[in-house]
Design a protein around this ligand. Structure first.
Ligand code: ZN
Length: 373
């Protein structure tokens, strides 16, 4: 009861703050004395801060306003992807306080070696958070594959299977969780994106292609947590074989590797430079990928009826040349969701990972408060 009231009060402050104790009582339906006790605990744990209300002619003395403490708890987001590693810290107010991304081709590297490099990134992030007087409440790792919470079950584009993840990080209130990067990218978009609707599909275009499905402001995971495998939607049953064991999957035809091969370039940076310079082969390669992504998304739209489709990851960076082809393809298949470009781009998943920790603090502050005793 007490734990759920604590969450009720913190959520109200997160949604409506700065807010007075009297307004909190109205918003939560709790008594003023109950509010007073919860607020004392939240302030003592460093989750909420008190500030003076601005002077007002109607009031005799200035009241005290309550808001989330931006120098208190923070979330550590980590990401292992096919061609980069990332670490990012977000405070309770959602502001990015630290970010470090390392470009690295992780294909063919042993998982232990990649995870050891990730730990060095995480240690630098932990030190940076401490320097800013932030208290890490937990960590969340984004991976390009399926997870069961503590193990990377399968990450075909890294050629990893059954990789247990135990990172030697400092003890935190919530510890480490592991989640699929496409899901976290969708949540990143939901929490930190600009004007993102409550029903949308976020497409993470990388070497693989994943999607996160958000329905009514909640992530849709499916019966076996495998929903959103957009990259393995089959466009050509006789097409090239895929790491999933199937053939002609979208990511084999329109993932970054396929685009680079068709464009005759070695890197994403070079691809963007060629597109900017008007190189026809590069522009055709991106447009063809856009056409195929549009075909797959037309089916997705017909199944799910989202308000919007958000192009993320590499697809956000390539949007000037990719988006028109996606839009044309969607229209040709009579699907008309709003077509948006992620404002977070390749950071969406690691932002979502850090945000997932912050969300955990808001949903379950009692565990954090207990860890500070
Ligand atoms: Zn496949």
């Amino acid at each position: 009861m007490r734990a759920s009231n604590l969450a009720l009060v913190l959520r109200a402050i997160a949604e409506a703050g700065p807010i007075t104790r009297a307004q909190l009582a109205t918003a939560t339906g709790l008594t003023k004395s109950s509010i007073s006790g919860q607020v004392t605990d939240l302030v003592a744990a460093g989750l909420v801060e008190e500030t003076d209300a601005p002077p007002s002619r109607d009031r005799g003395r200035p009241g005290t306003m309550l808001s989330l403490h931006r120098q208190g708890a923070a979330g550590l987001g980590l990401e292992v992807n096919v061609d980069y590693l990332a670490a990012l810290v977000v405070d309770l107010g959602g502001t990015v306080r630290y970010r470090h991304v390392v470009t690295r081709d992780n294909r063919g590297r042993p998982a232990a070696e990649v995870l050891a490099e990730l730990v060095r990134l995480a240690e630098a992030a932990v030190a940076a958070a401490a320097e800013q007087d932030l208290v890490l409440a937990g960590a969340c790792l984004a991976v390009p594959g399926a997870t069961d919470g503590s193990t990377i079950v399968r990450a075909p584009n890294l050629d990893w299977a059954a990789v247990p993840v135990e990172l030697p990080l400092p003890a935190t209130a919530y510890g480490l969780s592991i989640e699929n990067e496409a899901n976290l990218a969708a949540l990143g978009e939901l929490w930190f994106g600009t004007a993102t609707p409550r029903d949308f599909v976020h497409v993470s275009g990388e070497i693989g292609i994943g999607a996160g499905i958000v329905v009514g402001g909640e992530l849709f995971r499916g019966a076996h947590a495998r929903a959103g495998e957009l990259g393995h939607v089959i466009l050509d049953p006789d097409g090239p074989s895929c790491s999933c064991g199937g053939r002609g999957c979208l990511e084999r035809l329109a993932g970054l590797d396929a685009i680079l091969l068709a464009a005759g370039v070695a890197s994403r940076v070079e691809l963007e430079q060629r597109c900017e310079a008007g190189d026809l082969r590069a522009l055709d390669a991106v447009a063809e990928a856009g056409r195929l992504v549009g075909v797959a998304l037309a089916s997705v739209t017909n199944l799910l009826d989202p308000d919007a489709v958000v192009l993320g990851g590499v697809f956000a960076a390539l949007a000037p040349w990719l988006q028109p082809a996606v839009a044309e393809s969607l229209a040709a298949h009579a699907a008309k969701p709003e077509l948006l470009v992620s404002s977070l781009g390749p950071d969406a998943a690691v932002r979502g990972a850090a945000g997932a920790v912050v969300q955990r603090v808001i949903d379950d502050p009692a565990t954090y408060v207990g860890s500070r005793d």
